[in-house]
Design a protein around this ligand. Structure first.
Ligand code: GAP
Length: 540
């Protein structure tokens, strides 16, 4: 992971936000290459899910044909949205504070081991994971008991690494950054929504929130979309945009950030077909990552246990990736696909809902009135063929653009060997990004800066520019130029050489196979477009 982070910084994929002022934890900027990569992830998603979707035929595995439309909502919405959705009351994590180090931790992200020395039994806590956590805990235990490494056998370990959530009393806990026992406060709720004020007055009546998900903007516009378009069930509304969560412990590069981008679909269907649509979307969304290059051995589709499901959910599956910063065997969430029933539309009609037995009912306050009133608008759907009126069920595939970008980067990063300028095998760093995602699709080089080669190369560059992002480079040995492109994932390099002036052909080189072949210079736009879209193949 360190090598990937270092490449991202060195080659301008990602930087820490406000770095010159020491950075701001949980916020990341995308540099010149990163912005292209993330745009390509977003655009691949939008194109595959929305604009290239053919609503006249049922895609493989889908119960029927369906429509897809897009939406772009505001980040700040009416505060009642978050009260009815449940975020105002329920969108929190538990945190613990350390009185000694003044550090704050997410309760469920601290783990540790019970250890005994003589008659003292303590829980040594750490924020690290996997082998690093084991080492950290051992190191801290030795230090706490004043032992040297050679005396490690005098420690009696009573548990493997277990979560701090399994520990009932904290007086025996050695906090991750503390020297003394019992410095952690009891866990407290912490709402993750960022609060702000709308207008000149900062009183509670003007308080609003930065959206923690894009989904609610879709639900509150459901009727607008229905009334302003001719969509009929089943159909999906897609949105890509920023979301904000005041995460207690942002970590693992961009994986858990405080400002991030989501790519969400709310798919509306008839209740009796919702199970089949849920199956369709969970499989379709898994396949999307595979098609863009994530290896199946590092990707899994995990169905939630009934105990993990939200109170309104009838089923959820996560698409998870084995990020390299996780302990071996661990996976991190890329996307959640949830069957949400009619919870969201009903909440915005009736008011905040709670589960009562098998049903959902409006939560009432001490006065017997709804705790948070809904909009009162009728968000039911009228089917003019069957003459039925009902509240549609919702399937929600909810992906993170930053997590997907990070997963594609981690998967693409490889170190291998390729011949250098003198033909000797040399170590190379290569990003094997899918051509659709690569920030730069092709680089154009004149072999040398003379004999008319730069002029021809510039013409090729100019012909490719309107089609895709291309890079021109005439500096240094050509082998070094190839390597600079390999390192940032450019799939194809085109070289103008002495043969070009004679027969009008150039060399094209494939980043992954290192295969080189000649094509006509005039054909570069058609060949590069074909290779990127997958309609042309690298010759055998
Ligand atoms: N509307 C449902 C929803 O927001 P979620 O599982 O909380 O569900 C969906 O978020 C996706 O958004 C996650 O799978 C992840 O990819 C991304 N995401 C959530 N929190 C994030 C964070 N703090 N940093 C980066 N991405 C995040």
């Amino acid at each position: 992971m360190d090598a990937i982070v270092s490449l991202c910084r060195r080659r301008g994929f990602m930087f820490q936000s406000s770095e010159i002022y020491g950075g701001l934890n949980g916020f990341w900027d995308y540099g010149p290459l990163g912005v292209e990569l993330k745009r390509n992830v977003r655009e691949a998603w939008w194109r595959d899910m929305v604009t290239s979707h053919n609503e006249l035929v049922a895609p493989p595995g889908a119960p029927s044909s369906f429509a897809m439309v897009g939406l772009d909502c505001t980040i700040i919405m009416h505060p009642q949205v978050w009260k009815c959705s449940g975020h105002y009351d329920l969108f929190h994590d538990y945190m613990v504070d350390c009185r000694e180090s003044k550090r704050r931790y997410r309760h469920d992200q601290v783990q540790g081991r019970w250890v005994v020395k003589d008659d003292q039994r303590i829980f040594v806590a750490t924020e690290l994971v996997g082998a690093e956590a084991e080492e950290d805990v051992l190191h801290k235990a030795l230090k706490f008991f004043g032992l040297r490494a050679k005396d490690a056998e005098s420690l009696r370990w009573e548990s493997p690494l277990v979560s701090l959530t399994t520990v009932e009393r904290f007086d025996r806990v050695l906090a991750p950054d503390a020297k003394t026992l019992g410095t952690l406060t009891p866990p407290r709720e912490f709402n993750l929504m960022f609060k702000t004020y709308v207008g000149a007055l900062s009183g509670e009546e003007n308080a609003a929130f930065l959206r923690p998900e894009t989904a609610q903007g879709i639900f509150v516009n459901f009727k607008n979309v229905l009334d302003s378009t001719r969509v009929k069930l089943p159909f999906g509304i897609a949105q890509v945009g920023k979301s904000f969560r005041n995460e207690i412990t942002p970590r693992n590069f961009t994986f858990r950030s405080r400002e991030f981008e989501q790519m969400e679909i709310e798919f509306f269907c008839r209740p009796e077909t919702s199970r089949a649509w849920y199956e369709y979307w969970r499989n379709r969304r898994y396949q999307w990552y595979v098609d863009l290059g994530l290896g199946r051995e590092r990707l899994r589709l995990r169905d939630h246990e009934p105990s993990e499901l939200s109170h309104y959910s009838c089923g959820t599956a996560d698409v998870e990736y084995a990020f390299p910063f996780l302990a071996p065997g661990d996976f991190g969430e890329l996307e959640g696909v949830a069957h949400r029933g009619d919870f969201d539309l009903r909440s915005h009609m009736e008011g905040k809902l709670v589960r009562q037995g098998d049903a959902l009912a409006v939560e009432v306050g001490p006065d017997g009135q709804p705790k948070y009133r809904g909009s009162g608008r009728d968000l039911a759907y009228f089917d003019d063929e069957t003459r039925e009126k009902f509240v549609p069920h919702v399937i929600e595939p909810s992906a993170g653009a930053d997590r997907a970008t990070l997963a594609f980067l981690c998967e693409a990063y490889q170190e291998d060997e390729a011949p250098d300028e003198s033909g000797k095998p040399a170590k190379r760093t290569v990003l094997r990004l899918h051509p659709r995602l690569a920030p730069i699709k092709a680089a154009v080089f004149p072999l040398v800066k003379k004999d008319g080669m730069p002029e021809i190369a510039r013409d090729i560059y100019a012909a490719l520019k309107p089609l895709c992002n291309v890079f021109y480079d005439e500096k240094g040995a050509v082998g070094r130029r190839y390597r600079r492109q390999d390192e940032i994932g450019t799939p194809f390099c085109i070289t103008v050489d002495s043969q070009t002036a004679a027969d009008g052909t150039v060399t094209i080189r494939d980043r992954d196979t290192l295969k080189q072949w000649r094509i006509r210079a005039d054909d570069c736009p058609a060949v590069i477009s074909g290779l990127i879209s997958g309609t042309a193949q690298i010759p055998e």
